[in-house]
Ligand binder design. Sequence first.
Ligand SMILES: CC(C)(COP(=O)(O)OP(=O)(O)OC[C@H]1O[C@@H](n2cnc3c(N)ncnc32)[C@H](O)[C@@H]1OP(=O)(O)O)[C@@H](O)C(=O)NCCC(=O)NCCS
Length: 423
Amino acid sequence: MEALKGIRILDMTHVQAGPTCSQLLAWMGADVIKFEPPQGDATRGQLRDVPNADSLYFTMLNCNKRSITVNMKSAEGKAVFVDLIKQCDIVMENFGPGVLDRLGFTWEKIHQINPRIVMGSIKGFGSTGPYAEFKAYENVAQAMGGAMSTTGVPEGAPFVTGAQIGDSGTGLHLAIGLLGALHQAQRTGLGQYVEVAMMDGVMNLCRVKFRDHQRLTHGGLSEYSVPTEKGMPYTPRAGNDSGGGQLGNAIHCKPHGPNDYIYIVVQEAVWTALAQCIGPAVGRTDLATDAKFATIGERRKNQNEMWALITQFAANYTKREFMAILNPLDVPCGPIMSTEDLATDEHIRGREMYVELDHPQRGKWWNVGMPIKLSASPAKIARSPLLGEHTDEVLTQVLGYDAAKVAALKSAGAFSAPPKKAV
Ligand SMILES: CC(C)(COP(=O)(O)OP(=O)(O)OC[C@H]1O[C@@H](n2cnc3c(N)ncnc32)[C@H](O)[C@@H]1OP(=O)(O)O)[C@@H](O)C(=O)NCCC(=O)NCCS
């Protein structure tokens, strides 16, 4: 049986942050009803690669959901929303600040309608504080949550990371909050409001940078390859430094293309074996016994010279060949994998982390798979719904409306966009 079988979610989320969360919950077996405005989640039409087909932006974040369109700006649409809330365990949204309140549905109102329901909200900055009224997208959250100021190199501009820590990262945080609140509601009969701010989520993922921020009051950061000193007011960008107690770096390999790098962690326990392996090849037969590299403290001080020697060795090998040399030495390492490397990787395919799906509008396409593996209830990934594909099904099966009621609501405009006013 699926882990969340029997849990029904009214999913008002859009774009990336919320849909990431609801897709994971759907993959764990929840019945996720994607509740869309009549024109649909904006991402259906964003970054389109196939004319008139739902974009990959949408399809990759909305699998295993049902879609119903409801016009929340009509009285009839609001009545359908109220009926749905009564039938759901979770309602979730990531609208801009105040949107649901303006539609007449504060958390207090929703809680009153269904005291058991858990409500999840993602906001850029939460509902309190000086930033509460601001909208946010991924890179805004990365900028304001500490990620950008600590990514890149000190002499360059701050950088965003390709991993969507602001959007998808916040979706993961919300999923944890919803499952906790759901568990509590099952014991107490009372739901609660779960709020995750994207800025908070990014800051949580930057936790180690605040470790370093506080360490700077006592002295420089010995493991950083860039200059740091006591009293430095902020954690600097540190390139590809490991960020942990062990030294690490990305090393360029043959044939020196943009992704021909391998990330190596020079763990304390492996130094001697690594030095014995690379030393003779770079003219340093004494490397394993050289006092400059004998202890981790010395290697930290002289790390730029150490990286130069490793890079000199790596120049003769591809990242895969170098990995094959390092693995028997037990050196923690990994080639920098491009999207193409990953899309064709045997390990990834075997773990069902890149799965082929079919879609009525776009044909064959690929989605990144379910990263959380439940032994008794593995995810079965199904395509995303077309806009409003399940409107009738939800109205009749979930709400028990009869054909006459559905028809009356349709003609009243409950599920469609109002005609544009003549100017
Ligand atoms: C992402 C974001 C910036 C997009 O902003 P936006 O496109 O202006 O959308 P908003 O969420 O602010 O507003 C949605 C509008 O659609 C309307 N709407 C939503 N669902 C509707 C429905 N079913 N029927 C009718 N109208 C609907 C809302 O009432 C609102 O209209 P209003 O501005 O008249 O109040 C904003 O939603 C946001 O800041 N969200 C929180 C942070 C977040 O999740 N960001 C990351 C996204 S990946």
